[in-house]
Ligand binder design. Structure first.
Ligand code: PAF
Length: 286
């Protein structure tokens, strides 16, 4: 497994592979890997085959964090990440620093961003105003540096995946976007690097996100339910976990991400819940 810290070296290697007709799969991550990430690496391998190359990028992207968010404390364990990538059979770990990804930014000389203007307005976009601009920018840059044929993202970040798909379509990136299922802990909590922030009591209560999704599915399984009614019920449901503070719960069309008034089969649901400063998200189709 090769470790590539330089953007130019990554692009040179990718161009070399391209000329040789080698398929490239990219798994973009911010590190602190868990079994969910590894399932994305496996998916990438399946897509490009034995003769293809799988690149895992590890970069905690500062532009997707607001100044009030957890950039400085975002969990990092590079040594462990590299071992995991190696064990999973990744060919390259691309791990650039800020000066590689945003050249000149420290001197005020970086000024180009990619903005998706529709799907990113609600939910995570409303709660975290700079977030998706940072995500689309860094993913576009990763696509230009790694030149992937296929790139794999997790379903846990449903809105992110929809925005990246839209960006790829709108800007004609020749990349196939694959969205792989959310991996869960035994009790149902979605795997996330941020779960590490939870203390034992918060961790035990964090399963409320999964239970809320299940409760909504049950409520709308056989009949159409008013979204406003269900939101109110879920708000109450979540108070069963006293350490949880609901940020939002939304019911929406999975294609347009527009909120719906009536919840029925096929409607998508997403929610964000704080445990102290730790913000967890999850989503599911009803
Ligand atoms: O989902 C993530 O980990 C990040 O948002 C991504 C896609 C790697 C961009 O920094």
């Amino acid at each position: 497994m090769r470790i590539v810290p330089k953007a130019a070296a990554m692009q040179k290697l990718a161009r070399h592979w391209k000329r040789a007709g080698v398929k490239i799969g990219l798994v973009p991550t911010m590190g602190y890997l868990h079994a969910g990430h590894l399932s994305l690496v496996r998916e990438a391998r399946q897509r490009v085959g034995k003769t293809g190359k799988v690149v895992v990028s590890i970069y905690v992207n500062p532009t997707q964090f607001a100044p009030t968010e957890d950039l400085a404390n975002y969990p990092r364990d590079l040594e462990r990440d590299l071992k995991m990538c190696h064990a999973e059979g990744a060919d390259v770990v691309f791990m650039p620093g800020d000066a590689e990804m945003y050249p000149g930014k420290a001197e005020g000389k970086y000024s180009t961003y990619v903005v998706e203007e529709n799907l990113g307005r609600g939910m995570e976009g409303a709660a975290r105003p700079v977030h998706f601009r940072g995500v689309t920018t860094v993913v576009a840059k990763l696509f230009n540096l790694v030149l992937p044929d296929v790139s794999v993202f997790g379903q846990k970040d449903f809105q992110q995946a929809a925005i990246i798909r839209r960006m790829v379509g709108d800007l004609n990136f020749p990349v196939q976007i694959i969205v792989a299922p959310t991996r869960r802990e035994a009790d149902g909590l979605a795997m996330s690097s941020r779960n590490k922030y939870l203390d034992a009591e918060q961790r035990a209560q964090a399963v409320i996100l999964f239970h809320a999704l299940q409760a909504a599915k049950k409520a709308a399984a056989k009949k159409t339910v008013r979204a406003a009614r269900l939101k109110k019920d879920l708000q109450e449901f979540i108070t069963a976990a006293p350490l949880a503070r609901l940020d939002y719960v939304e019911f929406f069309d999975p294609e347009t991400l527009q909120p719906v008034a009536q919840v029925k089969r096929g409607t998508h649901m997403a929610l964000a819940v704080f445990f102290s400063k730790t913000r967890l998200i999850d989503n599911a189709q009803i």
